[in-house]
Design a protein around this ligand. Sequence first.
Ligand code: PGA
Length: 248
Amino acid sequence: MRKKIVAGNWKMNKNIQQGKELCNSILNLLETSNKEVILAVPFTHFTVLAELVKGSNLKLAAQNCHHELSGAYTGEISASMFASLGVDYVILGHSERRAYNNEDNDLLRKKIDTALSQNLKVIYCCGETLDERNSGVHFDLVAKQIIEGVFHLNSEEMKNIVIAYEPVWAIGTGETATSVQVQEIHVHIRSVIARKYGEYVADGISILYGGSCKPSNAHELFSQTDVDGGLIGGASLNAEDFISIIKA
Ligand code: PGA
């Protein structure tokens, strides 16, 4: 059985006081379940939040890491630093970083290797823009992001990869992909993985949906057979909304 995962991506929101408050509210409302619940918070919050989540089933994720483990890279943060703080996951390949920081599949491959070398699990994001969908290249584009990003890994390493399909046109826009569109592309992603690693490995990989996922549409999206949870941006900044998405 593959893991059901709901990850909140706070992006560059909440100062430390607000972050503590939000994390505490989530902890108060969170019931034990078989789902993995993850908070991807700003770098500055880890020391404090790691203490808060200790002993709970909330896990922490970084929103990015550098592709080298250490060195003269002013302002950067390394996977080994996250690992030393008890962080479990790192999000890599988010469309905002692909767009604003020019991160391409080649760089992401290096980041993935560095993260895995520190025993971090990777939430690897893929997804097309509206133009790409309208011109019908979205299936090929998503396959290329996955092939170039993670297909150098062996089957054992693939166990530490979670895929997040996030159509760029649905992120932060209020526009959600329909459950039919999401299921269709998740099946495609799983079949691309199966062609390289076999059905058994592909069936074990959690594939999350992200893009304007909210309490009102989470249940419909998550009830698709190949949707194993969500990567939640805006709606993860409100404890009640985030919890009702987890319950969905
Ligand atoms: P959103 O963001 O839920 O605000 O659309 C999702 C994401 O970027 O991970």
